[in-house]
Design a binder for this molecule. Sequence first.
Ligand code: MLT
Length: 270
Amino acid sequence: MFVVVNGFRMHYQVYGPAKSRPLLFVHGFPLSGAVWSPLVEILKDEFRLIIPDLRGFGESELIESVQPGVIPAVSLEQYTDDLFVLLEEIGEDRPSVIIGLSMGGYIAFDFYRRYTSDVFAMVLADTRAAADPPERRIERYKTAQAVLTQGSAVVADAMVNKLFGPAAPRDLREQWHANIRSIRPESLAAALLAMAARPDSTELLERILCPTLVVVGEHDSITPVEEAKRMQRAILAAELAVIPYAGHMTPVEQPQLFAAALQGFLRAVG
Ligand code: MLT
């Protein structure tokens, strides 16, 4: 389904009983709502699932009309505001559970910071609270430039093996390599700059008062287990689920285990 949000066509999917609490699934970089697909069959009879593609990813437009080679200014706050408006536009603007994977976690922090009363609970999967250190920012600017001149394969090649743990089958890596290659270079570049400019959320952690589940793949090399433990300790009411045999792509690599952790948490928080 599509809806016009903040001037661009946003793609989203909705499943599950209309009256139940919305679960808003926010994907990471350089991914799409498809990372949550393996969970849909497991969760859709019990929960209301809202699965958007962030602007520029999956089937969502980046802006109404993209000029090749030009990076539109997109901030992390813009992705958040798109989601906020999406929920309003589709009549799902009740306090929801925000489930963010990696960059989706950065967006979840921003959502909580600015729309606190709209967040019933949070799931922070394979993410981190800290902002980028200067050298990482520079690396992101360089990658953004490279992707515009050489194409999206630059990001696909650099990231695909880092995204998965050692147990992930080759066809899964190949499938995601192809998915990443199909994203417009301008969308990748815009997201890289947005992540580089994101604020530090470390101070926010101790102000998070909603029930929170921190999830991490045991072999996550991008946002390692230690990072998740630090977040869990800093948040007042947080639980930790370490997903065995998974890397950074926990819902794709171990959907049954990810869904079981989510179900346990959601049933307990009501
Ligand atoms: C993600 O999975 O969203 C990214 O790897 C996060 C990042 O690059 O910081």
